[in-house]
Design a protein around this ligand. Structure first.
Ligand code: C2E
Ligand code: CA
Ligand code: CA
Length: 548
């Protein structure tokens, strides 16, 4: 190194730092040291890292200059660099969506947290837009997964064009994107952003040679930063998004006080419902199902009621969806099933006019009703929710309920709505096939509203169609409803199924159903859902239906 200038040895990128340390040293006292790590040129022309300690000997008569202690640290520095790189890569993976490269849920939470802090200082508003592609499943199924993925990437690109530079777009998985917009003066600006996003999606996406049109349902949550929290903001935007879906999709809804009130209400319902289950405030009611040809009761539908201590008798419309969303429906449904089966078997012991002596309620060692007594065949229809259907223990649960109640499996009808069945056709078929093995009968509920095709009906092991109330309601006044009911009855019979009309409220409706050859009817005209004891009373007068 003799005669070489230091400058020539140090890597150009590190020179500035070396000089900085040198000038520090030059102005320091005798014996002071500085440390610097820099790349130095090696014999073979390559660069290697050196850690150098320079000691000030400028005032030392015995030394002319400074003393440098140097050691080669290349190995360590390279290791550290590699470590840092993989750390950054890992961090990126953990905080970004691999498909679109957008921030994921975790990173969005962080950004939102930071944004809320910033918003509190500047006293500005911010908004979360929860965007969910409409009917993406259909698009994905028809395009195939790889093109579905390409579409998601393209949608992400359009979103990026619609938002402002500082806004964050994240992918929350599947077809859900979330936008964070900061520094807003009012909720109108959030709505305007939703409109820009909508605009950005109007042009079709070209996938290979076909054009795909994409719409989104967007939920907006807006607020002043000092009154917001990360979790509630995301949750409110999500609720508003569901509202947008419910109001027909392809639209944006802003979370407002009415929604907040509903959300609070839901939470209260959930807590109260958990308590109600424990305190046995739930009761199963039974609505008679009448066979039109023989004018007799052939079965009942089990409908749950909640005897609320302060609000009175509550109908499932007010609590079943909460039970479904929270998963409470699984234990609740099992309990309803158990009650319904045990009760239906117990009704066989009802005294009839021709058997004046009331008989023991014990199931064993008592004379049965005369053979062929219709009460022996009385079925019970129990509603199954989507959540129950996807519960892996459903089949075992039903089998043990049937065994415990000693109910003939054919007397249990399981009602599943058409829309639930159609949600995932393959999974539904698998569950239905397994249910069929138990010997139970299967009814499609609310039929006519869920877009099932003829081919699905043939593939599913179904026994009964229940025509949706909305069509029955229009039987006398709406020609189209009349035609639909007629077509469903014919379709059912062609496929060898029995057909039930629900929600029969007038004599006129009943007459039409008879003409069409509909098998069974259920409705306020015939009977409302009543407590088990009332069915017991009906039965003690025989199964003939008095009102027909
Ligand atoms: P759903 O299965 O379609 O049940 C028929 C609903 O129509 C019942 O309402 C019944 O009381 C009502 N209804 C019967 N006849 C008439 C009529 O003539 N006119 C009118 N307007 N309505 C009539 P409910 O009991 O309020 O139950 C509503 C829904 O809640 C049910 O619809 C069912 O989807 C669900 N649900 C009820 N009980 C259970 C249950 O135990 N488990 C599950 N998963 N869902 C249940
Ligand atoms: Ca039903
Ligand atoms: Ca129904």
């Amino acid at each position: 190194m003799l005669g070489l200038s230091m400058v020539r040895l140090v890597h150009p990128d590190d020179r500035r730092e070396v000089f900085r340390q040198f000038s520090k040293l030059a102005t320091s006292t005798l014996g002071a040291t500085v440390r610097v790590e820099a790349r130095m040129r090696h014999d073979d022309g390559s660069w290697r890292w050196y850690e150098s300690i320079f000691t000030n000997r400028l005032d030392d008569a015995s030394v002319d200059g400074v003393i440098a202690n140097m050691r080669d640290t290349t190995e360590r520095v390279l290791q550290e660099q590699a470590l840092r790189e993989s750390e950054t890569r890992l961090e990126h993976q953990a905080t970004h969506d691999p498909l679109t490269g957008l921030p994921n849920r975790t990173l969005m939470r962080d950004r939102l947290d930071v944004a809320l802090g910033r918003g509190r200082r500047n006293r500005s508003g911010l908004a979360i837009l929860y965007c969910d592609i409409d009917h993406f499943k259909v698009v994905n199924d028809s395009l195939g997964h790889s093109r579905g993925d390409a579409l998601l990437v393209a949608v992400a690109g359009r979103l990026a064009e619609a938002v402002r530079g500082g806004d964050t777009i994240a992918r929350f998985g599947g077809d859900e994107f979330v936008v964070l917009a900061e520094d807003l003066a009012s909720a109108d600006e959030a709505v305007a952003l939703a409109e820009r996003i909508e605009q950005a999606l109007t042009a079709p996406f070209v996938m290979n040679d076909s054009e795909v049109f994409v719409t989104m349902s967007t939920g907006i949550a807006y607020g002043e930063a000092d009154e917001l929290e990360v979790e509630s903001l995301l949750r409110d935007a999500d609720s508003a998004m569901y509202q947008a879906k419910a109001r027909g999709r392809d639209r944006a809804e802003i979370f407002d006080d009415a929604m907040r009130a509903r959300a609070v209400d839901r939470h209260q319902i959930e807590t109260a419902l958990r308590r109600a289950v424990a305190r046995r405030q739930l009761q199963v009611y039974y609505q008679p199902v009448i066979e039109l040809r023989h004018k007799r009761m052939v079965g009942t539908e089990a409908l749950v009621r909640w005897k609320h201590p302060s609000r009175g008798l509550l109908y499932p419309g007010t609590f079943i969806t909460v039970a479904e969303d929270t998963g409470l429906i699984v234990p609740l449904g099992a309990w309803i099933l158990d009650q319904a089966c045990a009760q239906t078997e117990a009704w066989r012991d009802v005294a009839r006019p021709d058997h004046p002596e009331p008989r023991s309620a014990h199931r064993s060692d008592h004379p049965r009703n005369p053979p062929g007594d219709p009460a022996d065949d009385l079925f019970v229809a129990v509603n199954l929710s989507a959540r129950q259907l996807s519960d892996p223990s459903l089949i075992d649960d039903i089998a043990s309920v049937l065994a415990a109640a000693r109910l003939d499996p054919r007397r249990l009808h399981l009602e599943i709505t058409e829309s639930v069945l159609m949600h995932d056709v393959d999974a539904s078929k698998e569950v239905l096939d397994r249910l069929k093995v138990l010997g139970v009968r299967i009814a499609i509920d609310d039929f006519g509203t869920g877009y099932s095709s003829f081919s699905y009906l043939r593939r599913f092991p179904v026994d009964i169609l229940k025509i949706d109330q909305s069509f029955v309601a229009g039987l006398e006044t709406d020609a189209e409803a009349h035609a639909i009911v007629h077509a469903i009855v014919d379709l059912g019979h062609t496929l060898g199924l029995e057909v039930v009309a629900e929600g029969v409220e007038t004599e006129g409706q009943l007459g039409r159903l008879r003409e069409m050859g509909c098998d069974f009817a259920q409705g306020y005209l015939l009977a409302r859902a009543v407590p088990a004891a009332r069915i017991h009373d009906f039965l003690s007068n025989g199964v003939s239906w008095p009102l027909l």
